[in-house]
Ligand binder design. Sequence first.
Ligand SMILES: O=C(O)C1=C[C@@H](OP(=O)(O)O)[C@@H](O)[C@H](O)C1
Ligand SMILES: C=C(OP(=O)(O)O)C(=O)O
Length: 424
Amino acid sequence: MRYTVSAPDAPLHAGIQLPASKSISNRALILHALAHGKQTLHNLSDCDDTRVMVRALQGSPEHIDIMAAGTAMRFLTAYLSVTPGARVITGTQRMQQRPIRILVDALRQLGADIKYTANEGFPPLHITGSELQGNEISLAGNVSSQYISALLMIGAVLPKGLHLHLTGNIISRPYINLTLQLIHDFGGDAQWSAENTITVHPGGYQDVPFTVESDWSAASYWYQILALRGNEKRRMKNEESLKSYEEETIELSGLFPHSYQGDSRGAEIFSRLGVHTEYTERGVRLTLTGTPVTRLEEDMVDIPDLAQTFVVTCCLMNIPFRFTGLQSLKIKETDRITALITELHKLGYAVRSEQDSILLWNGERCPAESAPLIATYEDHRMAMAFAPACITLPQLMIDEPQVVSKSYPGYWEDLKKAGFTVCH
Ligand SMILES: O=C(O)C1=C[C@@H](OP(=O)(O)O)[C@@H](O)[C@H](O)C1
Ligand SMILES: C=C(OP(=O)(O)O)C(=O)O
């Protein structure tokens, strides 16, 4: 399947109910299960990554397929290690190439019984749950923060709690802090006890009602849409159309100013690309403002999921960039470094990488394809970050658009609500 996407002719005035955060949903589900919770979790995401988690936690299945959900794979590996019973946990072909050795080694040091059923270091895993006796381990903090979050959440149900010493340069740190925040919300006690050490006290969790915030990573595609509309506006000479663009607004509900989510930093970065954020009672109201920067440099080690949004946005706005801290992109849903370079070449942008961790563009162009079809590589963020490019490149085609269901099942419907045309 493929979609052809076109931008609205009329001024954009969209009101969007964003999906709930899958990162918060999947943490809340694990903590709720560890609390033997009966209370309702409100506003859980309906995305694939959360659905697989709900299914895995219901009725204790012996065979668990978490499809493409990194959080579900990592969080459940730790959870099943402390939960009585024997299970096999697996996922898509790609999930079977995403490394998990660091987490498995850490859990084994605590006493867990985990076996690789195919390739050493990768899912599927056979896990037999038991009470783990260990309470102090060191692990690398520079590969995926999801290993750390997984261990922290079970820390409070270990008889002696847990001291985690993190080695290397810690990546995706806001996701670790999000985990600590949710542990507190569920009545646990965990904090940074030294620069690279986190301590989780024993004592378990409380059964509390909880409401999941909307997803700031999903919000980034709407910021991108407005930034690209602003770019079109500046290219227009006609006073009337200029005025109508100026008044364009997008309202996104369910976001708060002091979010737990690290990707809320996207709002500040987009302010440098001409998008103003105003917090309202319901969420945020985005409007166009000011003049965008002429070059963007950013360390994205804390916000890896926003890399695709900013790389595509900057190319289309003709803003040269250098984004560092992207070392985790190679082991996500696809190798996002290679995928971005390949697809942007189709659109005529010669983006380059350095040291597998930097993406840069100095404004260099290459011949563009006349009717580009954007491949999505089973990666929701490839589809969602490239679709807004139709504002600059009319009739853009997106291959396998259904991939968005991993985190934002209503993405295409929401685009239609905002006036975009989405055709099969
Ligand atoms: O903990 C989480 O909810 C996540 C952590 C990040 O992964 P890494 O820690 O592997 O970078 C992020 O990319 C992912 O989408 C969600
Ligand atoms: C990397 C992502 O997800 P995960 O690692 O949880 O599969 C993502 O949603 O961009």
